[in-house]
Design a protein around this ligand. Structure first.
Ligand code: KIV
Length: 264
């Protein structure tokens, strides 16, 4: 696979070309994803749940993410590699710089942070210091205790408007990707239309520029839980490599997520 950069994603957005992305946590799967030409990988703090068996992502540390970022980078030298800034690792812009430095030194090309307009200064500070940022909105799992559970966000008009305003503010601050998790399809479609930067969705319908899945959900092997918006591609194909190829193909053709995997 040729090296993938943010310029490729911007070009694909302008061309209306959809792209698939996945989480990854180790070198072997990263290599498999790269051989199937998965352009973007995320070392997600979901590793706290799918690797460590925690009930949420809060126990994950910056050292955990840096370790897995090094592993994934070793397996996939050419993907655009995003790394999650875990809970309380970007509470202030200064702390965000220290945390981002650890992840960029470990091989990340971009960091991902969860939250709305309170992060405008942090995004400005990071991007001015050469750290590309993906802004994660909607169901931001680090806020699970504020939300009272892993719940769909943006169903009410005022909450939807707030997510739209946050996406615009974070893009204006310098965020180069917006990621929307568990929001209604119509809201994700509107934000994808408004934003100049690529919008990646998970549980956000098929109108976004890109899709992401937690790899364990793609293979139907997550402990205890399978989100409604996900699909077990391994059950469909019986083979890991074919499962990845099928997921990628369905995203690129816009057939995944289908209506059955979409939040109204
Ligand atoms: O941590 C993660 O895997 C994520 C994805 C669900 C987008 O943030």
């Amino acid at each position: 696979m040729k090296k993938v950069t943010i310029s490729d994603l911007m070009k694909w957005k302008q061309e209306g070309r959809k792209f698939a992305t996945s989480t990854a946590y180790d070198a072997s799967f990263a290599q498999l994803f790269e051989s199937e030409e998965m352009p973007v990988l995320l070392v997600g703090d979901s590793l706290g749940m799918v690797l460590h068996g925690a009930p949420d992502t809060l126990p994950v540390t910056i050292e955990d993410i840096a370790y897995h970022t090094r592993c994934v980078r070793a397996g996939s030298p050419n993907c655009l590699l995003m790394a999650d800034m875990p809970f309380m690792s970007y509470a202030t812009p200064e702390q965000a710089c220290d945390s981002a430095a650890k992840l960029m030194r470990a091989g990340a090309n971009m960091v991902k942070i969860e939250g709305g307009d309170w992060l405008v200064d942090t995004v400005k500070v990071l991007t001015q210091r050469a750290v590309p940022v993906c802004a994660h909105l909607g169901l931001t799992p680090q806020s699970v205790h504020i939300f009272g559970g892993f719940k769909v966000q943006g169903r009410e008009q005022d909450k939807a408007e707030r997510i739209v305003r946050d996406a615009i503010a974070l893009q204006e601050a310098g965020a180069q990707i917006i990621l929307l998790e568990c929001v209604p399809r119509e809201l994700a479609a509107r934000i994808t239309d408004i934003c100049d930067v690529p919008v990646i969705g998970i549980g956000a319908g098929n109108a976004t520029d890109g899709q992401i899945l937690v790899m364990h959900d793609m293979f139907g092997i997550s402990a205890n839980y399978m989100p409604k918006f996900s699909k077990n591609f391994l059950a469909e194909t019986g083979d890991l490599r074919k499962a990845v190829a099928m997921y990628k193909d369905e995203v690129e053709r816009g057939t995944f997520p289908s209506q059955a995997h979409t939040i109204a």
